[in-house]
Write a protein that binds this ligand. Structure first.
Ligand SMILES: [Ca+2]
Length: 334
């Protein structure tokens, strides 16, 4: 079990070195995930590989939530479904460069993608969308297409650096790390959803027009509000014990109830941050607070990394988003 999982290393590494060791980072050699603007392609997944559930016909676990195949096993996180989805009403947030950015209503998973949900995807045969399938539309409204060249992680590749690998533990409610963009996108597709756009993610994290400095508000980060700086287990040393079950810091919930938007794992977004790069936000369990040169702070505006989609890291996982049905109260009210 998690707490009993003793990691023995012959090296006594400093906190920073242990946390920043490059062994888990791999250079990008795969194609960029975003196709140039083009006519959207129907989500034509072959029958034998069809894994998505039409949102319009989905019956969720309650409150109009979309259904989710990745939680068929009734996985439990903090006493509820690990697939709990919370509606984010539409609105706008302020971007320092772009100004006001509008976001339509959508569902966002309350929790980061867990080990158990990725195991459900593996058990289903690691299905992927069809070549040309539209995964979603990025913040610029361009379709993001699945390409046949995209390769998801094999079962062996899902295993990461043992020092921090949640996959090798017998705890399904831990966040899955060492997840690349392709696999994260495929798992969210399997779940019936997609990755959130960068705009959607930021909107949820800043609380829309409340423009929060932190997901929970204006107060500075504390270990009670976020899993960061290797303080998850209460001491400064860095180990796998600093990665906690998703939702372990309810005081850090965002405006609409989402957990771990700051801290725990960075989370892949749908958008491309540039050629061959995608953006991930909202981590990580051992870095934020000035220790990660790519994510200077837990503050919502600063807490981002730009990685190639094939990068796997002990700090990078994902969270899935879902289109809100057109008859959703939040949508109908607009
Ligand atoms: Ca996070």
């Amino acid at each position: 079990m998690h707490r009993a999982f003793a990691l023995v290393t012959p090296l006594v590494l400093s906190t920073v070195v242990a946390c920043q060791a490059p062994v888990a980072e791999q250079p990008h050699r795969a194609p960029a995930p975003v196709a140039p603007p083009a006519a959207p392609t129907a989500l034509g997944v072959p029958v034998e590989e069809r894994v998505t559930i039409p949102i319009e016909s989905a019956k969720g676990p309650g409150d109009g939530e979309p259904a989710d195949r990745s939680c068929d096993a009734r996985l439990s996180c903090q006493g509820e479904s690990c697939c709990k989805k919370l509606l984010v009403p539409g609105g706008s947030y302020r971007d320092e460069i772009a100004g006001s950015v509008a976001v339509e209503a959508f569902y966002l998973d309350k929790y980061e993608l867990t080990v158990g949900r990725v195991r459900a995807w593996v058990k289903a045969g690691r299905p992927v969308p069809a070549d040309g399938a539209v995964l979603g539309y990025d913040s610029g409204k361009r379709p993001v297409l699945w390409q046949k060249a995209f390769k998801v992680q094999s079962e062996s590749k899902l295993k990461g650096w043992e020092r921090y690998d949640t996959w090798q533990l017998d705890e399904d409610d831990l966040p899955k790390n060492f997840l690349d963009w392709y696999t994260a996108a495929a798992v969210c597709s399997f779940a019936g959803g997609r990755l959130p756009t960068d705009a959607e993610w930021r909107y949820a994290a800043v609380g829309g027009d409340e423009d929060r400095a932190f997901p929970w508000g204006a107060e500075e980060q504390t270990p009670e509000r976020a899993v960061y700086n290797c303080l998850g287990d209460g001491d400064k040393s860095c180990s796998i014990h600093d990665i906690l079950p998703v939702g372990s810091r309810p005081l850090g919930a965002g405006r609409w109830g989402h957990m771990d938007l700051a801290g725990s794992m960075f989370e892949w977004t749908l958008d491309a941050g540039g050629p061959g790069e995608t953006v991930n936000r909202g981590g990580g369990f051992c870095y934020i607070g000035g220790m990660d040169r790519r994510a200077k702070h837990v503050r919502t505006k600063d807490n981002a990394r730009h990685d190639a989609p094939s990068v796997v890291s002990h700090m990078v996982g994902a969270r899935c988003a879902f289109d809100a049905p057109s008859d959703s109260p939040a949508v109908a009210a607009r």
